[in-house]
Write a protein that binds this ligand. Sequence first.
Ligand SMILES: Nc1ncnc2c1ncn2[C@@H]1O[C@H](COP(=O)(O)OP(=O)(O)O)[C@@H](O)[C@H]1O
Ligand SMILES: [Mg+2]
Length: 224
Amino acid sequence: MIEVKELTKTYKVGSDIIKAVDHVNLEVRKGEFISILGHSGSGKTTLLSLIGGLTKPDSGTVKIDGIDIWSISDNDLSELRNRKINFIYQFASLIPTLNIIENVLVPTAFRPKDEPINYYEFAMELLDIVGIKDKARSYPAHLSGGQQRRAAIARAFINNPEIILADEPTGDLDEETEAEIMDLFKRMNQTKGITFIIVTHSSDLARQTEKRYRMANGVLKEET
Ligand SMILES: Nc1ncnc2c1ncn2[C@@H]1O[C@H](COP(=O)(O)OP(=O)(O)O)[C@@H](O)[C@H]1O
Ligand SMILES: [Mg+2]
């Protein structure tokens, strides 16, 4: 459960004050799949990074499962992020010198060594789900843009996140790949109960989610 109350973030640029996020309220229940639609500059990325604990708000609160994420220590916040939250960005930044399966395994490097899970097998399963199992030993440069995106998405699921914050995840992809990735997200939502917040400027994409919000000038409103 995510509870956002009166969240505000302003930036000072020269003598201008930009209200990137302006008194936003939002509740997302476990397993919900929501979209936030808005033009470029409306505050979507800032809102996601506030919710994900990457940017500190000026005021307001973000609670994840009842924990006010800005009231806990840096260590506890990193731990909470590592355990529960994952980001998917528009530009998949795979490490070029690692092959695909090694890229997917990168986030597990920080997990306790005694965890009772075979991450290698899980990574292969994820690559299978995203449809690029046959590319496990290939290097990113040898994959198409869409395949690289799939690899980045597999990587986002390796630590079994409860929440995925996706920032224009299909931004530069063709419609067919976009539809496939949305299907993949929905499958992850339905089979694993992962909560999704998807930010987009595509109303087609937003229309596919049960609950929709719109953001303009830092202000968030639910679409009815
Ligand atoms: N680090 C920053 N410093 C100054 N201004 C910023 C910063 N990040 C975002 N902004 C400004 O905040 C507003 C919202 O930006 P952003 O959250 O990136 O919007 P979106 O993701 O919807 O395009 C924009 O006017 C942007 O220029
Ligand atoms: Mg953005």
